[in-house]
Design a binder for this molecule. Structure first.
Ligand SMILES: NC(=O)c1ccc[n+]([C@@H]2O[C@H](COP(=O)([O-])OP(=O)(O)OC[C@H]3O[C@@H](n4cnc5c(N)ncnc54)[C@H](O)[C@@H]3O)[C@@H](O)[C@H]2O)c1
Length: 386
């Protein structure tokens, strides 16, 4: 039998035991919660890493020659938004689209010594866009085109081999086809470049092929058709026809067309081109050549009318005799890039023109000029048609 004292001792022990059980329970609960939280953090980290790597690995570095230019600046934007580290190498001869999130180096692609500034960098991919780009200037100064576009491309490829770059994506041009024997133009269509510019792009493609065979470096050449969009410099004499037409309408000048305006081009929006470059960088392999266009032919007359209508500008079209060497029709067959790299353009000409006009209005049009200009139109120098 327990006496009163024993009873109180045993009830105290029960209390202590209960307290111990409670404490243990609490500790177990906390350990379980802690374990779950740690697991959640680890899982979130893995998911985060996976989703970042599917967007592009942030630790990969892309060197862009000509990255301050029209097309290059859009490639820079898209790469940065995907988490790549970006290095721009540009001689600043025409490009001025600086991006503070990229590292900038000033240098000429054809100067081996200039390129040595980059020797301390580890680069995964090179997007090679730097080039002299004027067909008419190339007729006057073919040596410049040989030096920058051919010797310059060789410097880039030599550096790529020395620094074990995974892949080079290089900008070629639809100009390599020359006057087409068949339409639409396929990658295997006959090539007959008719200007030193076009020849220099074809020579660059051959270099890519040679380097791939001799040094096993992946080199993809993209033949761009007529690229247009925001940041194409309308003041440059080498600019594309879209920016020239837009510049005319905003300055209330008639649009100038050489020939009857029935010649056609395949106009491709610059952001689609930038996406094609990044797709080729990630998905392509070996030596490959791809057309980058839309498979839609637009005549100069259609283009001019669309721009005039969109800008609601009181201007007309002035026709001049056709320029020597102008190609009558151009149109891309993009089956190869569609099927092999699963790339397709996303932007219609209608949408692309709206974006370009918006950009032009926001950045270039001087407000006072705009209000003054609504009053009159220039008298056409020659015949005017709408
Ligand atoms: N815009 C088009 O419609 C089109 C069509 C076909 C091919 N391409 C090709 O695409 C590439 C980019 O063209 P873009 O329209 O952006 O031209 P762009 O003139 O705007 O860009 C070229 C860039 O290269 C730089 N550069 C020129 N010479 C250089 C040199 N020696 N060293 C270093 N940098 C130099 C310029 O400063 C500029 O920033 C070019 O290779 C061009 O031949 C363009």
């Amino acid at each position: 039998m327990l006496n009163i004292c024993d009873q109180s001792v045993s009830s105290r022990m029960i209390h202590v035991r209960r307290g111990l059980y409670k404490g243990l329970n609490l500790l177990t609960q906390r350990l379980v919660v802690g374990f779950v939280v740690i697991n959640l953090i680890v899982a979130a980290g893995i998911i985060g890493l996976k989703s970042r790597s599917s967007k592009g690995k942030p630790h990969e570095t892309v060197l862009i020659t000509g990255g301050l230019g029209f097309i290059g600046s859009h490639v820079v934007d898209q790469l940065l938004s995907k988490g790549y580290r970006v290095i721009i190498y540009d001689d600043q001869s025409t490009g001025n689209n600086f991006n503070v999130k990229a590292q900038n180096y000033r240098g000429d692609v054809s100067e081996v010594n200039d390129f040595e500034q980059l020797d301390n960098h580890t680069v995964d991919y090179i997007v090679h866009l730097a080039a002299a780009i004027s067909v008419s200037e190339s007729m006057q100064n073919p040596e410049k085109y040989e030096r920058i576009n051919v010797a310059g491309s060789k410097t880039v490829l030599d550096w790529a081999i020395k620094h074990r770059v995974k892949r080079v994506v290089a900008a070629s041009s639809a100009a390599v086809y020359g006057p087409p024997e068949e339409l639409p133009l396929k990658e295997l269509s006959p090539l007959s470049p008719i200007s030193p510019y076009a020849q220099s792009k074809l020579d660059m493609e051959h270099l890519c092929d040679k380097y791939q065979r001799e040094y096993a470096i992946d080199c993809i050449s993209l033949r761009f058709f007529n690229v247009y969009g925001p940041r194409q410099n309308p003041k440059s004499e080498y600019s594309g026809v879209v920016s020239k037409f837009i510049d005319s309408v905003y300055n209330r000048k008639n649009i100038t067309i050489f020939g009857d305006g029935k010649n056609t081009r395949d106009f491709i929006y610059v952001k689609d081109v930038a996406r094609a470059i990044i797709t080729a960088m990630k998905e392509g392999f070996g030596f490959k050549v791809y057309n980058v266009g839309t498979q839609v032919a637009t005549s100069m007359n259609e283009l001019a009318v669309q721009i005039i209508k969109k800008a609601e500008a009181p201007v007309g079209i002035v026709y001049y005799p056709p320029r020597e060497g102008d190609i009558r029709y151009s149109l891309a067959d993009t089956t190869k890039i569609n099927t092999e790299l699963r790339w397709k353009p996303k932007t219609s000409l209608e949408e692309g023109l709206s974006e370009t006009l918006k950009w032009y209005e926001e950045t270039t049009v001087d407000a006072s000029k705009k209000s003054k200009a609504t009053t009159g139109t220039e008298t056409p120098k020659k015949s005017t048609r709408m």
